[in-house]
Write a protein that binds this ligand. Structure first.
Ligand code: NCD
Ligand code: ZN
Ligand code: ZN
Length: 345
């Protein structure tokens, strides 16, 4: 009997952390085997804030995926001091596709992030003019804000006013986790879109505490209650064109995750498209996977859709407990579990 198969246009990952150095060499091939392109997050230490730094980082990535056709889509890390000239230079570079807003202190390597969005007005104004999108880690950071409310507070205090002040600015609300975020994107103009990770579709906050503390399910924004998970699932079932694939695959060593003060981030690049396929199948909308994974992203960014295809085969395979990360190891998303889709080689 022939196995069930699904062939779709090759997908892209619109939110990816590749790190640098040995870690980059360990993780980049996982992405290159399935995705044609990926938006590369700039939160290195030190962050990628200039075109010159981005060129250097791009070279490292290209070396790590040598022999493949993978195309890294670079981003710059927005700071309080990003000058309008850097935006113009980024636009001219052609390989820089967006700027990333990290509210200072919101997540991994965000210390150099933005303290007050008003400090970025000159840069945002230039981005609006030249059509470079702003990608946002949408969480309010004040110590008084409950960690589960950070996304909602960010919408009210920062994002909603921002879309009013810069109505033509293209914005991607990254890794959305709440019904409020989904509703905000749907109600906004076509200049506002969002990425959704596999973990926020598959899990809710119970997964952080199932049988004991589960550091490998910890990422930011943190998993929310099941009503929010269900709102995100409803979005993918609806096939809405403003939502697209962004894994937020964020490798950290096992040692740094299983620690007294564990890092935020889930690594999913080992099986990203397979995990999304499993989720879409569970929701009975496998027919909507291709638009989410391969059409909506490039359409929003104004880039061509990919011309190649990939084929997924309905076949069980075990996800390993660990993969190498430089000379250490990482624990992948769904470690030790069986997954029912496999990318054909
Ligand atoms: C990301 C990382 O490790 O760089 N971590 C995460 O939990 N998502 C940063 C981010 O995307 O916020
Ligand atoms: Zn983030
Ligand atoms: Zn991220």
């Amino acid at each position: 009997m022939t196995k069930k198969q699904l062939t779709i246009t090759q997908p892209d990952d619109w939110h990816l952390h590749l790190r640098d150095g040995d870690a980059l060499n360990s993780v980049a091939p996982f992405t290159a085997r399935q995705f044609a392109r990926a938006i590369i997050m700039p939160n290195l230490n030190p962050p990628v804030t200039t075109v010159v730094q981005a060129v250097e980082y791009l070279d490292h990535i290209l070396a790590a995926v040598d022999g493949t056709n993978f195309e890294p889509l670079m981003t710059l890390y927005l700071t309080d001091n990003t000058p309008a000239e850097e935006i113009i230079a980024a636009r001219k570079s052609c390989f820089i596709k967006a700027l990333k807003l990290y509210p200072a202190g919101a997540t991994t390597n965000s210390d150099a992030g933005v303290t007050n969005i008003r400090h970025c007005d000159a840069a945002l104004d230039e981005m609006q003019k030249c059509g470079l999108p702003l990608l946002v880690h949408g969480e309010a950071t004040g110590p008084e804000v409950d960690v589960f409310d950070r996304e909602k507070v960010f919408i009210d205090k920062t994002l909603q006013p921002l879309t009013q002040r810069f109505p033509e600015l293209k914005i991607v609300f990254e890794h959305i986790t709440t019904k409020e975020a989904a509703d905000f994107v749907i109600q906004s103009s076509d200049n506002v879109a969002a990425t959704i990770t596999p973990q926020h579709l598959l899990l809710n906050r119970n997964a952080l505490f199932q049988g004991g503390l589960q550091p490998h399910n910890y990422c930011l924004p943190v998993l929310k209650r099941d009503t929010h998970q269900h709102a995100l699932l409803e979005v993918i079932r609806s096939g809405h064109h403003k939502f697209f694939l962004g894994t937020d695959s964020a490798p950290h060593t096992k040692h740094k995750k299983e620690s007294a003060c564990g890092c935020a981030g889930i690594f999913s690049a080992h099986a990203a498209i397979e995990i999304y396929a499993m989720i879409f199948e569970q929701q009975n909308v496998l027919d909507k996977l291709e638009a989410f994974a391969s059409f909506n992203g490039p359409d929003f960014y104004g880039l061509p859709r990919n011309s190649k295809t990939i084929t997924l085969i309905k076949e069980d395979w075990p996800i390993p407990d660990e993969y190498p990360l430089g000379n250490e190891s990482l624990v992948p998303f769904l470690a030790g579990q069986t997954i029912g889709w496999k990318l054909a080689e």
